[in-house]
Write a protein that binds this ligand. Structure first.
Ligand code: AMP
Ligand code: MG
Length: 316
């Protein structure tokens, strides 16, 4: 086993925090069964303690440490999507601290599809509770350089470069046989329906959607989301200190000297999604007056991308 991984696992066992890459975004992890370690997560992020954490496991068998109630539908979803960007919400065992669950009697669990994350969990010998490795209310970190930017050298970060998806996991709970989506992500509502044969209900904006009612993903700079044609018109009118967050196709129609971030080709939403937070962080650092953001069709992965952009723009 390589040295940073061993050091990281020792830190987790000692009740300290470690940041690590997953296929979604970087996580800020602590031993899920050590309350004082969990407390450090909330302190480091400045996160309200009522905003619950996701517990990360490396093997399906470890679910039994967290819940006694894994139904048939959850099993189907696990078989289809784990390891991967799907978080499932279960009734928690008494032994799971309410500090992890934001005071609720349910616990959110996922198995990340990233070899470093899986190795860290196994080497630590305990499930790792981890929210995204950003300061509360800031865009999630999708590169170890972002984690460094948020926490400096105070927290060890396992370096994995850019994350694959760049959007947080889909969060879902089965209630009375019906899938309820609390947070949109790369596992789309269509993916869920394909496996369960039931259309998911959206609870992404309700009071009952734990976590999503907290202000999220907000850069300092004002954002305006526009259809491509509108964006091109507005950008070329020549505002002062306007930046553009858009696909390569839209950028090709704009003067190159405008501050911009290329999200990738609009025909490849996986790439667009993976660049959203880098784009927000990069353009935000330029201290512009405004960032014009291209909107994308709200289907499939486009749903999660637009959800994050709207939250960043303060629309949700
Ligand atoms: P983060 O790790 O910051 O991306 O956020 C974790 C998110 O997972 C929370 O903000 C909620 O949206 C969701 N979550 C965690 N635990 C639960 C739970 N018990 N029930 C519903 N959603 C949860
Ligand atoms: Mg987060």
């Amino acid at each position: 086993m390589n040295e940073p991984l061993q050091t990281a696992a020792a830190l987790i066992r000692a009740g300290e925090l470690v940041a690590f890459p997953t296929e979604t975004v970087y996580g800020l992890g602590a031993d899920a069964f050590n309350d004082s370690a969990i407390q450090k997560i909330y302190e480091a992020k400045g996160r309200p303690s009522s905003n619950p954490l996701i517990v990360h496991i490396a093997e399906v068998a470890d679910l039994s440490l967290l819940t006694d109630e894994v139904g048939e539908q959850e099993q189907k979803l696990i078989a289809a999507f784990w390891p991967g960007p799907l978080t499932l919400v279960f009734q928690k065992k008494d032994t799971v601290s309410s500090l992890v669950t934001g005071g609720m009697n349910t616990v959110a669990v996922r198995m990340p599809a990233h070899s470093l994350a899986l190795k860290l969990i196994k080497a630590s010998g305990t499930p790792i509770a981890a929210p995204s490795a950003n300061l509360s209310g800031k865009p999630s970190a999708t590169h170890h350089a972002h984690v460094q930017g948020y926490f400096g050298d105070s927290i060890l970060c396992l370096e994995g470069g850019a994350t694959e998806h760049g959007l947080e996991s889909t969060v879902l709970q089965i209630k009375n046989g019906v899938p309820h989506v609390y947070r949109l992500g790369s596992i789309t509502p269509e993916d869920i329906e394909r496996v369960l044969g039931i259309k998911p209900v959206f609870e992404t904006k309700s009071e009952h959607s734990p976590g999503t009612h907290f202000k999220h993903y907000a850069p300092e700079t004002q954002l305006e989301i526009l259809e491509p044609e509108e964006l091109i018109k507005k950008a070329t009118v020549g505002g002062r200190k306007i930046g553009i967050l858009a696909s390569v196709e839209v950028l090709a129609q704009l003067p190159n000297e405008l501050p911009h971030f290329d999200l990738g080709s609009q025909s490849d939403l996986l790439t667009i999604g993976s660049h959203v937070y880098s784009g927000l962080i990069t353009l935000d650092a330029l201290r512009l007056n405004k960032i014009l953001v291209q909107s994308f069709p709200e289907q499939g992965l486009g749903l999660a991308i637009m959800d994050r952009l709207r939250r960043a723009a303060g629309e949700l």
